[in-house]
Ligand binder design. Structure first.
Ligand code: HEM
Length: 483
């Protein structure tokens, strides 16, 4: 179908402009504000079967206009009640004060990832989570970040060198490029700088294939099985999980070999990072290494990909970025110490995470019936916190759908509304790592290249395990003047 163009009000600033409709995404272009693509909203009165079909296709297409205004919503999907916490108070009740009742991940998430991650932190709860969380947090958090930052800049610089060698017009799939970059970085941080290309490729391909073949809907849960149905472990899923776990298992054998390349997260977890009582056994090490690799690679890749897209469409923001990079770095590669001065670069990343949160839905299985903002969340049902809704909520944001990095320069974002890393005890332990990585990679690459969207390509957001541009993001890499 050809897109239809119609005069409408800009969702960003209210000016009358043309809106392109008729594709799965709505796109607006206004000279005063940029409103990037978002999925069409669900028509009022959609039945359960159509809703399930929409969920299977894309979790972001299930929301109606009113969901971006309401503070708490409820719905039944077959035999399950779903409560959606959509205000700061409701989010606090689920994720912070009520965490003990809502800590368990949804059966969809647990079942989809269990073959790959075992009882890894992302999907564990109870005692296992309590024991492992401190050590995993410690190895990915601040104290090792300076050393890991050097890996981030080296990897991004090597990617820029590779881009330089491409033949003009240097057409790339930016999603693939950013996935390779962040996988290289997290691979070296988790397994050590010495991890071989073959092992890295084996792990990356294993993860990609696994995600392509896994089903996240789990109808069994909605029909009444509290634990959901085991996901059909077809040949592709089994082989993909085996590929990853086999390489990690072998890399653990290498840990005894002294290395000159500094501490890897794997080595730190194996020894308890200075606390022998926190040291992990082999099975736990495999599960947590796979978890960190998965949690820390996809999310940052999606963030960087969306940032490149937004910059290519909002020329004014790209100019401000280049101005800041020239002023702070003067053409040299960034370091960990520069991150604090790259305030506009950081605002671009924060605004990207607001508009396109890599984890747009956080789903928890309710332990005991309990109210969320006076609405009973039923035992066994689901409580959802959706960054996708909260980040575009009409009560808490001005021009919620517009790309405006400046909004992050004037103070902290609203508490329990801006939640790209979740909140409460299960907040992402890699938040600082991910932010630093995105800032350093953007700063390194944007000094040398100005990527533009491939002519004629229409971008559509799609949520599988993470929120990405459907089918990738073809871009042309324009080399920036040395001056
Ligand atoms: C921009 C990048 C990132 C984003 C947006 C992000 C987002 C999130 C979110 C929303 C959660 C909570 C999920 C839930 O409660 O259902 C989470 C958990 C987690 N993330 Fe991240 N993450 C990012 C980067 C990283 C990095 C770089 C690492 C590791 C180096 C990491 C490791 C983890 C782990 C281990 C968990 C599970 C924590 C737990 O359940 O206790 N993440 N992340």
């Amino acid at each position: 179908m050809h897109p239809r163009r119609a005069p409408t009000e800009c969702l960003g600033c209210g000016h009358t402009i043309e809106t392109r409709e008729g594709t799965a995404a709505v796109t607006q272009k206004c000279p005063f504000s940029y409103t990037p693509p978002m999925p069409e909203r669900r028509p009022a009165g959609t039945g359960t079967i159509s809703l399930l079909k929409r969920m299977r296709r894309d979790f972001l297409s299930i929301w109606a206009d009113s969901d971006f205004r309401d503070r708490v919503m409820t719905t039944w999907i077959l035999r399950r009640k779903v409560v959606i916490a959509n205000s700061p108070d409701a989010v606090r009740e689920v994720m912070v004060t009520g965490n003990a009742n809502f800590e368990r991940k949804s059966p969809q998430m647990r079942r989809a990832l269990e073959y790959l991650l075992g009882d890894g932190l992302f999907i564990s709860d109870g005692e296992t989570w309590k024991q492992r969380r401190p050590i995993v947090s410690k190895v990915v958090q601040r104290q090792h970040l300076r050393a890991f930052s050097a890996i981030m800049v080296d990897s991004a610089s090597a990617m820029a060198d590779g881009w330089q060698l491409l033949e003009a017009p240097r057409r790339v799939d930016m999603l693939g490029e950013m996935a390779a970059l962040t996988a290289d970085i997290i691979g070296k941080c988790v397994f050590g700088r010495g991890v071989s290309r073959e092992d890295a490729r084996e792990i990356i391909e294993g993860f990609t294939t696994y995600q392509e073949h896994i089903d996240q809907t789990n109808l069994g849960y909605f029909f009444g099985w509290d634990e959901g149905w085991p996901v059909r472990k077809n040949k592709a899923v089994r082989r993909a999980a085996e590929r990853v776990r086999k390489v990690v298992d072998r890399l653990i054998d290498d840990l005894g070999t002294p290395r000159a390349d500094g501490a890897s997260m794997l080595a730190l977890m194996a020894t308890g990072d200075g606390d022998a009582s926190a040291a992990m056994n082999r099975e736990a090490l495999i599960n947590e290494a796979a978890t960190i690799f998965m949690a820390g690679h996809e999310t940052t890749a999606a963030t960087l990909t969306w940032a490149w897209f937004l910059l290519s469409e909002a020329g004014w923001a790209e100019e401000k970025l280049h101005e800041e990079l020239a002023r702070v770095l003067g053409g040299r590669p960034p370091t960990f110490d520069d991150v604090a001065s790259l305030t506009y670069t950081k605002a671009i990343i924060q605004e990207t995470l607001r508009l396109y949160p890599p984890v747009p839905i956080l789903a928890r299985q309710v332990k005991e019936t309990r109210p969320v903002h006076r609405e009973p969340a039923k035992k066994g049902g689901l409580a959802l916190v959706c960054p996708w809704l909260l980040h575009r909520h009409e009560i808490y944001w001005e021009a919620p759908n517009a790309f405006q990095p400046e909004r992050f320069l004037s103070g902290p974002p609203p508490t329990n509304v801006y939640v790209p890393f979740a909140v409460g005890p299960r907040i992402c332990p890699g938040a600082q790592f991910g932010l630093t990585e995105a800032i350093l990679c953007l700063a390194t690459l944007a000094q040398r290249f100005r990527p533009t969207l491939a002519p004629g390509h229409v971008v559509e957001p799609q949520c599988r395990l993470t929120l990405r541009p459907k089918g990738g993001l073809p871009m042309l890499l324009n080399v920036r003047d040395a001056a």
